[in-house]
Design a protein around this ligand. Structure first.
Ligand SMILES: [Zn+2]
Length: 271
């Protein structure tokens, strides 16, 4: 499933090239998770503005309204001057003067939804309830501490919820908790302010590293797919059950929390 860093790298892969381009045609394939919500012809002849990201959504502003995109479970975006003829999994083409933005999505949980503005209509509904952005200055230790203080679930479960901060998916939550030295089972309300400070910094650093890693491989798939599955994040704890901890003499353990695998070191991650 594409996570926030992949979505951000996807955005970086085409945002500059599509900006200012006029839409010349729209091709809609099989139904996606939600309907487009507008006659495709209404989008034609409009210019694309600066593409932004909110959580795992991308917002493509047009002169009148805009498109909210989500990659779902298996979606990827490509941007090419002369794309191949649409295949069976290509369900949306936004043809512009600068190239064609194409959504390829075998499982069709992705979506392209028209909205009158990012903070109105369909976009406002879909984005409601999202936590703060990890790279936003509003995401501080104080913010995290206040939000965790009111929750009794395990800290990892709270991070995965996405309503405190977006982007801390399973791998990134495990890595950030390792970096902050916090046991993923720790009840949220027991996290002290200094530990919340460390955790907020770790979440931000883990996601920033993933974006950087993805960005460095960007040129390899520039004209192919913006999101080529999950990045080879140099995981320090995730997926390393039974192996020696990289920081202490402990052994990495795997447990299941809320149906998701958690990897941690009982030696240096404390409750
Ligand atoms: Zn350790």
């Amino acid at each position: 499933m594409p996570e926030l860093p992949e979505v951000e790298v996807t955005r970086l892969s085409f945002a500059d090239r599509i900006r200012g381009a006029e839409v010349t045609a729209v091709r809609v394939g099989k139904p996606l998770r939600w309907p487009l919500g507008v006659d495709p012809d209404q989008i034609v002849a409009q210019k694309v503005g600066p593409v932004t990201r909110r959580g795992k959504y991308l917002w493509l502003p047009l002169e009148r309204g805009g498109l909210l995109l989500h990659l779902g479970m298996s979606g990827s975006l490509s941007f090419a001057h002369e794309p191949a003829a649409p295949g069976p999994h290509d369900h949306f083409d936004l043809v512009t003067a600068n190239g064609t933005l194409r959504l390829t999505d075998p499982r069709r949980f992705g979506a392209v939804v028209w909205s009158p503005a990012i903070d109105a209509g369909a976009a406002a509904k879909l984005l409601a309830g999202l936590g703060v952005e990890p790279f936003d200055p509003a995401f501080t230790g104080a913010h995290l501490y206040e939000a965790l203080r009111r929750r009794r679930v395990a800290v990892k479960t709270a991070l995965l919820g996405g309503d405190i901060v977006v982007g801390a998916g399973n791998i990134y939550a495990c890595e950030a908790l390792f970096e902050a030295g916090i046991d993923p089972r720790t009840p949220s309300h027991r996290i002290s302010r200094p530990r919340a400070d460390r955790l907020a910094a770790a979440v931000r650093a883990t996601l920033a590293r993933a974006v950087e890693l993805g960005g460095s491989t960007l040129r390899d798939f520039r004209d192919a797919h913006g999101a080529a599955g999950e990045f080879q994040l140099a995981a320090r704890v995730y997926g390393r059950a039974g192996e020696k901890c990289l920081r202490c003499e402990g052994t990495v353990r795997r447990i299941v929390q809320g149906g998701r695998a958690s990897f941690f070191c009982p030696g240096c991650q404390r409750r």
